[in-house]
Design a binder for this molecule. Sequence first.
Ligand code: PHE
Length: 387
Amino acid sequence: MKQPRIPALVAVLAGVVLVTSCSKSGGDAAPAASTTIKIGEFASLTGKEAAFGQSSHKGTQLAIDELNAGGGLLGKQIEFISEDNRSTPGESATIAKKLITRDKVVALLGEVASGRSLEAAPIAQASQVPMISPSSTNPKVTETGDYIFRVCFIDPFQGKLLAEFAKRTLKAQKVAIFADVSAPYSVGLAQYFREPFVANGGQVVSEQKYTGGDKDFSAQLTAIKSQKPDAIIVPGYYTDAGLIVRQARQLGIKVPMFGGDGWEAPELLQIAGAEALAGTYYSTHFSSESTEPLAQKFVAAYKAKYNGETPDAMAALGYDSAMVLADAIKRAGTTEGPKVREALAATSNFPGATGATTLDAKRDASKPAVIITVKDGKFQYVETIAP
Ligand code: PHE
């Protein structure tokens, strides 16, 4: 019985020695400066909109890996701390606090959904920690304060281009709007579509509401059908939009249906089915078919890292958010919040996967949008619309 105890004792002693020498090298004089630069991310890695978080995260991670391989930032490696908010309301604020106070990140990257960016933004603002949303398009996100930035276009632009698209390409005069009242993004995009569409002589013949996560949309769709619209806009997220398209077709609604960037996910195909998606369109930020050299370089690097997977808009914007932040930290020459904030605000023509990023006085980017359609069960690029 005694024999086996000896190795254990040796191990314990070795452990003590190790711990002692560690704490010594740490030093108890002046606290050693951090050997890494910590960047935090909050994302919907699981839950209802996991497709968004996963894509965005993968794009961001690719950028961090490239930056670290190139020597990191200011002579240090980047430590990327990513937290999952499970697509759940309330989580993003808690995570932002944890990343800032406990992990001491120098900046926050996130989120895709405007509602979740809006939860974290006040905390970043109050802590003077710059935050960059890759792809939240609701104007209110950056209106939170001068520490909040985004690298994508905003919904007044997206709503207007969808209004023009409905009129010009779909030849729709009478439109129905079916929006998610639980998502600031959806409520906003519905409004930014309605105004220019009506101002241009279009008519909104029915306006219906749902709550994200609903499963049965037949009552609202029946009401929409009775008004005989030429097209239906569903400014919501792919999970609900997919079900809505499927149920609309089941009810015999054959008119074109369209939405904004919230539709962007391969899962849309699985949820709605290829057949139901015939005659649907959405606007988004990026097409992997882009022939721009930097877009192609990004697509190739993404495919190489993720087993041939094709990146979508969120992946491209996630990538650009990290690259724009890195560029600002380099120009600032420090990771102090106010200095990085200033450098971010001065971002001009920074070349990235989604084109050149210039951050305007409202800390928003202005970029072209692309229209995608679904044809024979495949997403297909239709056109690019300049800002
Ligand atoms: N723009 C959406 C929002 O603000 C999120 C989104 C971005 C969805 C890009 C898909 C693609 O909530």
